[in-house]
Design a protein around this ligand. Structure first.
Ligand SMILES: CC(C)(COP(=O)(O)OP(=O)(O)OC[C@H]1O[C@@H](n2cnc3c(N)ncnc32)[C@H](O)[C@@H]1OP(=O)(O)O)[C@@H](O)C(=O)NCCC(=O)NCCS
Length: 134
């Protein structure tokens, strides 16, 4: 399996983004997912042929603060280093930023700790009526 990584979202199309947001009750549709990536400060995607099998995005003030809202690899592609590669590429892209923040489930924290993220505490607000981005 040869995976191609690119930060050019125009290398894909909405219909190539099938299968993400696993477990989300109210997931963004393909067009909305594509717009989320297109509107982001930075994005990396992993392609197997023309199928998108993983993605990561970052939002930012473009000066010193950035957030990584989403990182996901399709279930059948997990455990092959794709998530690590996407995260490493995003960390390189954001290397001039003072802050790179991620909110994650406790079960994923070791994955980020191994990339030198440290545990912090935070507060979040979610409007589940808009979970699909609509
Ligand atoms: C988290 C995720 C992106 C990792 O992608 P991946 O391609 O499977 O990751 P890798 O193959 O690069 O694995 C990296 C390491 O993280 C570990 N890891 C992966 N997923 C994990 C999970 N859900 N919980 C704990 N550890 C995990 C792997 O065991 C691996 O450890 P190793 O290098 O010691 O073997 C992927 O599991 C995923 O999409 N999960 C669902 C969405 C999600 O939770 N995203 C994070 C949002 S904050």
């Amino acid at each position: 399996m040869s995976i191609f990584y690119t930060n050019n979202i125009d290398k894909t199309q909405p219909e190539k983004l099938k299968g993400f947001f696993v477990g989300w009750p109210n997931k963004p549709d393909l067009e909305t997912h594509f717009k989320i990536l297109k509107n982001s400060f930075a994005v990396w995607i992993a392609l197997d042929g023309d199928r998108c099998v993983g993605f990561i995005n970052a939002i930012s003030d473009k000066i010193f603060y950035s957030f990584i809202p989403l990182l996901e690899v399709l279930p059948e592609y997990q455990g092959r280093g794709i998530g690590t590669e996407l995260l490493n590429r995003m960390i390189d892209t954001l290397d001039k930023m003072y802050a790179i923040d991620i909110v994650c489930d406790d079960s994923i924290s070791e994955f980020y700790q191994s990339k030198r993220f440290r545990r912090s505490s935070g507060m979040v607000k979610r409007n589940y009526l808009h979970q699909s981005g609509k």
